[in-house]
Design a protein around this ligand. Structure first.
Ligand SMILES: Cc1cc2nc3c(=O)[nH]c(=O)nc-3n(C[C@H](O)[C@H](O)[C@H](O)COP(=O)(O)O)c2cc1C
Length: 182
């Protein structure tokens, strides 16, 4: 796909189903992710790929969290179901490393840029995705269940697959609202 067309036409998708990317396609996607700008090459981004039985494991983790917080039954059910909204999920992990010139925010921005690279690479391969956060991101309990260290944080979940709903229209923007010139 033409590179600019790919960027200009990418929209997020809420209804996702199989097929999802193959192992070979995911390897390309991870390489795209790792080309995000990264001050001092600290490599803050990493990813947990969740599919098949992994979705059930993630569902159990979300359910356990909701139960321990004494959420209402309908919320527990919602969290338990959350991973099944797509056939594949990438958990976006940021690992903070202390550095004299690179504050934590820059490291998170780098991981955010890697997420955008992933979504664009997916779009170029005719897959779709959506970035979700909610209470399950930046969540110490879920992070600990996933075996993350104290310097690691979940910046979000990329839900991935093939769009089954109607593709959203790309919104129009008045550039004057967004751009000024000095
Ligand atoms: C950091 C971040 C967190 C987000 N969290 C959610 C979320 O929890 N639920 C949701 O419906 N959309 C969330 N979104 C928005 C969607 O990913 C998406 O950008 C939005 O639906 C607009 O669609 P578009 O990307 O096609 O313009 C989040 C976006 C970002 C950047």
């Amino acid at each position: 796909m033409d590179a600019l067309k790919n960027i200009l036409n990418k929209v997020s998708a809420r209804e996702l189903s199989v097929p999802y990317p193959s192992k070979k396609e995911m390897d390309t996607i991870y390489r795209a992710a790792l080309r995000a700008p990264d001050h001092a090459w600290l490599r803050p981004s990493s990813f947990i790929e969740v599919k098949d039985k992994g979705l059930e494991k993630l569902s159990s983790i979300f359910k356990k969290y909701a139960e321990e917080k004494n959420f209402k039954a309908e919320i527990i059910k919602k969290y338990k179901q959350a991973p099944f909204r797509a056939p594949m999920i990438l958990i976006l992990i940021n690992t903070y490393k202390e550095h004299p010139k690179v504050p934590a925010i820059e490291q998170k921005l780098s991981t955010a840029a890697s997420a955008q690279n992933i979504m664009l690479a997916l779009n170029a391969m005719n897959y779709s995705s959506i970035w979700r956060t909610g209470k399950l991101a930046f969540n110490k309990d879920v992070q600990s269940e996933l075996g993350l260290n104290d310097n690691q944080e979940i910046l979000g979940y990329l839900y991935i697959g093939t769009e089954t709903g109607k593709k959203k229209k790309v919104p129009e923007h008045d550039l004057d609202d967004f751009v000024s010139y000095l």
